[in-house]
Design a protein around this ligand. Sequence first.
Ligand SMILES: *Cc1c(COP(=O)(O)O)cnc(C)c1O
Length: 367
Amino acid sequence: MSLSIRDLATPGVRALQPYQPGKPLGELEREYGIRDAIKLASNENPLGPSPLGLAAARQALGEVELYPDSHGFALKQALATALAVDPGQLVLGNGSNEILQLVARAFLNPGDEVVVAQYAFAIFTTVAVSAGGSVVTVPARDWGADLPAMRAAVTDRTRVIFLANPNNPTGTWHRAAPLRAFLESLPQHVVVVLDEAYCEYVSEPDYPNGLAWLAQFPNLLVSRTFSKIYGLAGLRLGYGVASAPMADLLNRLREPFTVNNLALAAGEAALADHEHVRRARDANAQGLVALVAACERLGLACIPSVGNFIAVDVGRPAGPVYEALLRRGVIVRPLAPYGMPNHLRITIGTPAQMDRLLAALPQALAG
Ligand SMILES: *Cc1c(COP(=O)(O)O)cnc(C)c1O
């Protein structure tokens, strides 16, 4: 019997499931022969990129013969000032996905356990499995992470816990007091990644800022991204903030040039684009309320969300509804891969995009 290439891969790689991203607009237009499609499938910023970030990226384009600054000195200085942390606490990544991957590679030996919540962001499992970790998925409560149950799932073998606040795809979130109590309850051998990809959208008064806890918890890493509110998903830029010793470990592991010149320049400028962030947050807050109300008028239940998206229960298998929306040029995200076969995740778009969606949705539901 001959060896297949699969047999040569590590057990972690053999166990990987392919990630199912939101369908790109160009793919829909090619496959369905549709023009003017809209994408509400990847929680991108419907207002587009930060104009300041875009201008800086354009300028940086003139110097792409040079390797990027592998330390990202200027961006780290800007982030350190904006976040009131030390530059030595920062790790830059090719999207925050790289940060999650670095944590998995740094702390997981084959067979070590990683605790995640049911319905948690799928990349948590992907990075854990690819590093040889054994994923323990803890049943959710009201669609959100059940923190006491996650604590109870921690064993001597647990090395990493991934937790998104708010979580994607559910939009569920944790208040400060229970989340802090959870962190305090954990043993020292557990690293916690608190993924705050959507934090800039959240305005609830007892929504915690994970950065405030870094001094107390040396095993905590907070990850954030320029992909969402800053509108720079295509440039791939995210960062982690942790204790200086943890950041140092991850920076050693990181390959030097994963963050390119355009991303470095755009991120630094976008960070100062308070106007864009404010506009995006305000537009999202209005759009979220309007979309939830519209879904309720259609008799569809939504999981309460504080992000820039909602998970909607269409009351039947969502696949055909997703397909019917595609045929009408509207791309949303089916959540069957998350074990939520009746849910679609819809990103809050511009008012015009929401009108398109709400014109197509009743037809799509009628079949
Ligand atoms: C979108 C998203 C991210 C961002 O990933 P990037 O690699 O920074 O684009 C991270 N975490 C969650 C939960 C997300 O939904």
